[in-house]
Ligand binder design. Structure first.
Ligand SMILES: [Ca+2]
Ligand SMILES: [Ca+2]
Length: 147
């Protein structure tokens, strides 16, 4: 019984470390957040998400942005983003920035990094992958579909 559990854990660790080519070639994601806080003095957050893609060819290029949702600490962004791995360019990770829209300067709520492989593994069992925003709430990355 316990040996089986350890074997499964070891397999999981091995898979995370493995850099073998993923079977997943296309993936579509969307975002929602919970418990956002600390944005505005008199109102709730006006949050939006910016995406940078780190790939085999790029250290970080813009690859997506949501519109902001006003005065909502539990925003559900409707935008969906699709990514394709090709033989020429492989997505390694997303740098995800959650910001609060403001009149003068947009404030960064949090910046997090999500490795593509980690996301694929996590969403094999659950549709949403939760990322802690360091006291500023949680970001959920939803796996809309994949092939
Ligand atoms: Ca606000
Ligand atoms: Ca604001």
């Amino acid at each position: 019984m316990f040996q089986n559990i350890y074997a499964i854990l070891a397999l999981g660790i091995f898979c995370q470390l493995s850099t073998s080519t993923l079977a997943v070639q296309n993936i579509t994601i969307s975002f929602f957040a919970a418990d956002l806080n600390g944005c505005d003095d008199l109102s709730k957050c006006d949050a939006f998400v910016e995406l940078l893609c780190v790939t085999s060819l790029s250290d970080g290029r813009d690859c997506g942005k949501t519109k902001y949702i006003q005065d909502d600490n539990y925003p559900v962004w409707p935008e969906e983003f699709t990514f394709s791995n090709t033989t020429g360019e492989v997505l390694r990770r997303w740098q995800i920035k959650v910001l609060d829209d403001d009149v003068a300067f947009n404030d960064v709520i949090a910046t997090v990094v999500l490795p593509f492989e980690e996301f694929v593994k996590a969403t094999e069992t659950q549709r949403n992958h939760k990322i802690d925003l360091g006291g500023r709430g949680s970001l959920y990355v939803t796996r809309v579909n994949s092939s």
